[in-house]
Structure formats: structure tokens, C-alpha cells
Ligand binder design. Structure first.
Ligand code: ADP
Ligand code: MG
Length: 632
């Protein structure tokens, strides 16, 4: 997945991508202000008024002062009191505006960030609430990535919108004031300024697009390369090879090449912007010449007062500046609005669970599951991962699911757990299709342990409870860890179950070995007092005999709860009530160990091949030695 590439084709074909438009997005952002920090609206308004007023304050005062001086000069009795009052009032106004502006700016920058963090929170909640199945597809990861980018920075995406909306606010007020002032002179001058500013903006936009297309877009592959090189050189998993093959210099050279390329692009890009500066100054000069010329002419020939001359000159400059800012802010808003579209499109993706009216899980002591002609294909796959499976898992039953790697055992479990929905057929729980139930409640029924144990960089106890500290029974967690065989490990840890795992967040975090992680997973399954326990080879890091012992002692702890034990080995089949044998996505045999041995089919074959691993401990399988073949 790469962060930089924005695939146009994808975007157009993505059924979930919507274009909301700048106006709608502005309203959406305002809605977030109202939801999370209403005071922001007030600060935006006061801040904008203060900032815009400050721009014109001195132009106005300049005019008044000059008018007064002129008047004083021509009148016999000199009175400087009005001038003094004016200075006092102006200073007070300036101070007030400055104060309002500073306070609002501060409140806004904190507030915008806060609202963005809340938007991130919404995005995370949306992601966590999505069905497992949906998250697996590359399209969804792409959408998620885009939504993430839209909330990533201060100047980009949603917060960029907030900032530029505020800039627009200031400039719109500014323009309004300017128009009011300038029309008292001559409305045509407004048109001239607008046209010149527009020309300036068009050139700026042209350069910006050129720069983006020819420079930055062209740099994408280099950035990806750079990101890759950064990864390679900082990722611990590459560290062994890099050192033992002495790759340091070679890698450094590759990285330098990428930097060189970037530098060349930078120089070219700077050149473009120099052109823009030259053009902008040219237009600016032209504008000044026209305005000042016109105003001077009016002073000389039409009796425009010097005071008004000052006011108009300053206002014209402020006006053209405001027009420019508006045009730039608009273009910035458009860009950020496109990212906001990404975010909103992601948030608006309907959840599969919204559509169906779900029903609560009926409270019952016993839950029976029935697979009826269940077939399943992974998305985008031709081949069935499971084909026409019929099986009933009775309440309290211990079921061993066996078969070679790739036989479909994990898929069977993922369907039972409703991580995926069946492609054909159905799974019933106490007679009701499991798709009808509320997903969250359904998940409560199961305590699973998977082969790929995910450890969180949280304390050990929370890694067992999988809940917040105040919802974690530390004593219980410790008990489960000891039952799962991690007692020795715990005794060695100074802080016991309070020890932080992994070194991501804390330097003194502890890493667990593969076997220890799997035991942790067992402790989790035990801690979660669910009615059905599912172990999908969390014991793969152990040898066959150790797996057998662990499964057997675990089974004692499971008591009369329903349990499904999965293994590509046969370690669990002896103490389970029934064995389901999977082969190439089909359940080929089911029955007790004895009945399957008697049937002498696939299970019996597998058993004969594997029995040797357990020979060390002959009591486990009371098989006569001659039955043990050694060609495994
Ligand atoms: N997420 C997936 N996407 C596509 N194919 C998958 C996925 N997971 C498993 N498969 C395929 O489905 C088949 C059954 O896999 P699985 O149920 O994991 O087997 P087992 O657990 O028995 O080793 C295999 O062919 C496997 O390659
Ligand atoms: Mg598996």
C-alpha cells in the first residue's frame, strides 16, 4: 500500500467514492464545530472581524489625521485636542483588535486540532466497527488509507479546510469593507483591481499545477523508493542480513542516489516559483501605477482631498491583497475538499450490519451449531476453500478438527465465528441463521485462540483480559496465565502481570517467545468466560508431544463447555468426543477416533503416519507398535 499514489482510475470506479463539493464539506466541518466545540464559531467570527478591521484601521486613521491637519492648517485657532482624542481612540481600538485577534487565533489553532482529533476518533471507531471480512480487501485498505491521509495534518485534509475557511472569513469581511470604501471613489477601480488580481492568480495557479505535475507527481516513485529505503534501514527484521552481508555502504549509496534526485527536482521547482514572483511583482507594479496615477489625477484635477487619497491608496492595496488571498484560499479549499471527500466517503460506507435488522442472542444454557451445506470462497478466489460442509456441533461437545495445512480448518472456524459469512448454505445456532444475530453479541459467545497470536503493547494483565485496566481482574488474569503454563515466566517478571509487553511504548517492555505468546492466547481464551472455546492451532510452536499435553490439560480446564480443537496433528483427537477430518476444503470423515480407525480411511492413514511422534509416550495412543509406520 502506498501513501502517495492517488490512482485516478480507482477513484472513478470506486462505488463508495462520493464527491460532496466544497459547500457541502464546509457545512460538514461547521457541523463538527457545533458538535465538538461550539465556541469555535464565535472565535472564527470575532477573529475574522478583528483581523479584517486591523487592516483598514490605519488607512482610516491616516485619512482622518490628514483631514484634521489640513483643517487646522487653514483655521486661525489651533486646537490639537481632537487629534489627541483620535490617537487615543485609535490606539485603544488597535489594542482591542489585537487582543481579539490573538485570543481567537490561539483558540482556533487549539480548537481546530481538537476537532481534527475528534474526527480521527470517529474514523478509528468506524474502522474498528467494520466487519473483519470487509477490511481484508485491498480496495477497503485503500479507502482507509485515504481517509487517514485526510485527517493527517494541520494544513491538509479536514483541518486544512478549517484553516482556509477561516482565512476566507477574514478576507470576505476585508473585501466587503474595501468595496464599501472604494465605491465612494469610483466603482470601476474595483473592476480593474479584480481583473489584475485574477491575472496574477491565474499565473500562480498555472505555476502551481505545473510544479505539482512535473515536479511533485514525477517525484512519487522516488518518494516511494525513499520510504522503502527508510524502512529497510530501520526495520529490525532486515538488520541481520544487512550486517552479515555487509550491505551498509551499498544501501547508503542507493539512498544518496534518491536524495540527489530529490535535490534536482527541488532546484527546478524553485525556478518555477521565481517566475511566479517576477510575474506577481510585475502585475503589482502595474496595479500601483494605474491606481496611484488615477488618484493623483483626481487630486490635481478633481479636488480629491489628500486624506481621501491616502485612504483609497491603502484600501486599494488591501483590497487587491484580499482578492488574491480569496482566490488562493479557494483553490486550497478545493484541494482540501477533495481529501475531505475521501474521508466522508469512507465514513459513509454502509456497514453490512446496518442493513439487516439484527436480533439479540436468545439467552440459553446450551448452544448448538449446525452447518448446512456450507460452502465458502474467499473474495476474488476461484477455488472453494470449503465445499458443502454438513456438521452439527453439539452443546458441551469436544470436537477435534484435523487435516493437512490448507485443508480448510481455519476457514471452518472463521465461518463459525462469523468473521466471514458463508457463500452458500447456512450456519444455524439453535435453529436460527447466525447472520440474523447482532454481531457483537455473537462474538461474546466465543473464546478463541488463534495461531497468529497478537500481543498488544499493554501490560500482561490487560493482554489477558483484553479490557481496560478498571475492567481487568488481575488476580484472575494471573491465575489463567499460570493455568496456561506461564507461571515460571511470571515468577521471573519483577512487575508480574503489570509488566508491559513489547518495547514499542516502554523501554523496559518484555518480548515473549513464540511458545509463550501461544500460552498467553490460551490464558485469554480461559479468562473470557465464554460458552464456546475455539483453539485454532495456538500450539504450533510446540512439538507434537508438548501440544498433546497442553491440549489435554487445557481440556480439563474447559470443563463442560463446548470446545473445538484444531490441529494439523492428531494431538487432540484422543480426548475429543468426535473428530472431523478435512481434506481439500471438504469434511471427508467425522466420528469418534475408534470409529474412524475402524473405517480405515483418510484419518486412519494420517494417524498411522503420525503416531510415531507420540511413540515416546506410548500411553497416549494405545496403539500396538507394529501399526506404527515410519515413512512419515
Ligand atoms: N484470507 C484468505 N484469502 C484467500 N484464500 C485464503 C485465505 N485464507 C485461506 N485461504 C485459502 O483457503 C484454503 C484453506 O485455508 P485454511 O482454512 O487456512 O486451511 P487450514 O487452516 O486447514 O490450514 C487454502 O487453500 C488457503 O490458501
Ligand atoms: Mg489454519
Amino acid at each position: 500500500m502506498n501513501l502517495f499514489k492517488r490512482n485516478k482510475k480507482d477513484e472513478n470506479t470506486d462505488e463508495f467514492h462520493k464527491e460532496y463539493g466544497v459547500i457541502s464539506n464546509c457545512r460538514y466541518i461547521l457541523g463538527k464545530f457545533v458538535k465538538y466545540r461550539k465556541s469555535l464559531i464565535l472565535f472564527i467570527i470575532t477573529g475574522s472581524i478583528a483581523a479584517a478591521s486591523m487592516t483598514y484601521l490605519w488607512s482610516f486613521i491616516g485619512k482622518l489625521v490628514i483631514d484634521m491637519i489640513e483643517q487646522q492648517a487653514s483655521s486661525p485657532d489651533k486646537d490639537i485636542k481632537p487629534l489627541l482624542y483620535l490617537t487615543l481612540i485609535t490606539s485603544a481600538a488597535e489594542l482591542l483588535f489585537m487582543w481579539l485577534n490573538t485570543v481567537s487565533s490561539m483558540k482556533m489553532s487549539v480548537g481546530f486540532t481538537y476537532v481534527r482529533l475528534m474526527i480521527i476518533k470517529e474514523r478509528i471507531a468506524k474502522t474498528l466497527g467494520m466487519e473483519y471480512e470487509a477490511l481484508e480487501t485491498p480496495e477497503m485498505l485503500d479507502r482507509l488509507q485515504k481517509a487517514k491521509r485526510a485527517t493527517a495534518g494541520d494544513w491538509q485534509g479536514v483541518q486544512g479546510m478549517m484553516t482556509y475557511m477561516q482565512v476566507m472569513g477574514v478576507q470576505i469581511i476585508s473585501v466587503t469593507i474595501a468595496v464599501a470604501i472604494m465605491t465612494t471613489f469610483n466603482p470601476w477601480i474595483i473592476l480593474i483591481i479584480v481583473v489584475l488580481s485574477f491575472a496574477q492568480f491565474l499565473f500562480f495557479d498555472y505555476i502551481r499545477k505545473k510544479d505539482k505535475k512535473e515536479m511533485w507527481d514525477a517525484m512519487m516513485p522516488h518518494w516511494r523508493k525513499l520510504e522503502y529505503m527508510e524502512n529497510v534501514t530501520t526495520d529490525f527484521s532486515y538488520a541481520k542480513d544487512i550486517r552479515l552481508f555487509g550491505m551498509q555502504k551499498y544501501l547508503a549509496k542507493k539512498q544518496i542516489d534518491v536524495y540527489d534526485e530529490e535535490l534536482r527536482h527541488w532546484i527546478k521547482s524553485r525556478q518555477y516559483w521565481v517566475y511566479n514572483t517576477i510575474f506577481a511583482h510585475g502585475i503589482s507594479l502595474l496595479r500601483q501605477l494605474i491606481i496611484i496615477g488615477w488618484l493623483v489625477y483626481s487630486v490635481v484635477f478633481n479636488g480629491l482631498s489628500i486624506g481621501n487619497f491616502t485612504l483609497y491608496t491603502a484600501s486599494a492595496a488591501a483590497f487587491s491583497n484580499a482578492i488574491n488571498e480569496i482566490l488562493q484560499a479557494l483553490s486550497a479549499l478545493r484541494e482540501r475538499s477533495a481529501h475531505t471527500d475521501d474521508y466522508r466517503s469512507f465514513m459513509d460506507i454502509p456497514s453490512a450490519d446496518d442493513k439487516a435488522q439484527t436480533i439479540p442472542i436468545p439467552p440459553a444454557d446450551k448452544y448448538t451449531f449446525e452447518f448446512k451445506n456450507v460452502s465458502f470462497k474467499y473474495r476474488g478466489q476461484e477455488k472453494y476453500a470449503l465445499k458443502n460442509v454438513n456438521l452439527t456441533l453439539h452443546a458441551g461437545e469436544k470436537l477435534a478438527v484435523v487435516g493437512l495445512n490448507g485443508a480448510g480448518k481455519s476457514t471452518f472456524i472463521k465461518l463459525l465465528l462469523r468473521l466471514y459469512d458463508v457463500t452458500e448454505g447456512c450456519i444455524l445456532m439453535n435453529g436460527t441463521d447466525i447472520r440474523k444475530f447482532d454481531r457483537k453479541e455473537y462474538y461474546e459467545l466465543f473464546a478463541p485462540a488463534f495461531q497468529d497470536v497478537m500481543v498488544f503493547a499493554f501490560p500482561v494483565a490487560e493482554n489477558v483480559s483484553m479490557k481496560e485496566p478498571f475492567n481487568t481482574d488481575k488476580a484472575e488474569a494471573e491465575k489463567m496465565l499460570r493455568l496456561a503454563g506461564l507461571g515460571d515466566k511470571l515468577d521471573k517478571l519483577e512487575k508480574g502481570v503489570d509488566t508491559e509487553l513489547l518495547k514499542v511504548l516502554y523501554d523496559d517492555g518484555v518480548d515473549l517467545s513464540g511458545g509463550e505468546k501461544q500460552k498467553l492466547a490460551l490464558a485469554r481464551a480461559l479468562y473470557k468466560k465464554s460458552k464456546i472455546i475455539v483453539l485454532d492451532e495456538p500450539t504450533a510452536a510446540l512439538d507434537a508431544l508438548a501440544e498433546f499435553r497442553l491440549y489435554q490439560s487445557f481440556n480439563e480446564l474447559v470443563g463442560d463447555r463446548t470446545a473445538v480443537y484444531i490441529s494439523h496433528r492428531l494431538s487432540s483427537t484422543r480426548f475429543c468426543d468426535r473428530v472431523a477430518m478435512f481434506k481439500d476444503g471438504e469434511m471427508v470423515e467425522i466420528g469418534t477416533h475408534d470409529s474412524l480407525m475402524e473405517a480405515d480411511g483418510a484419518y486412519a492413514d494420517m494417524f498411522r503416519v503420525q503416531a510415531q511422534y507420540y511413540v515416546e509416550d506410548k500411553d497416549i495412543f494405545d496403539v500396538p507398535c507394529q501399526e506404527v509406520t515410519s515413512n512419515g
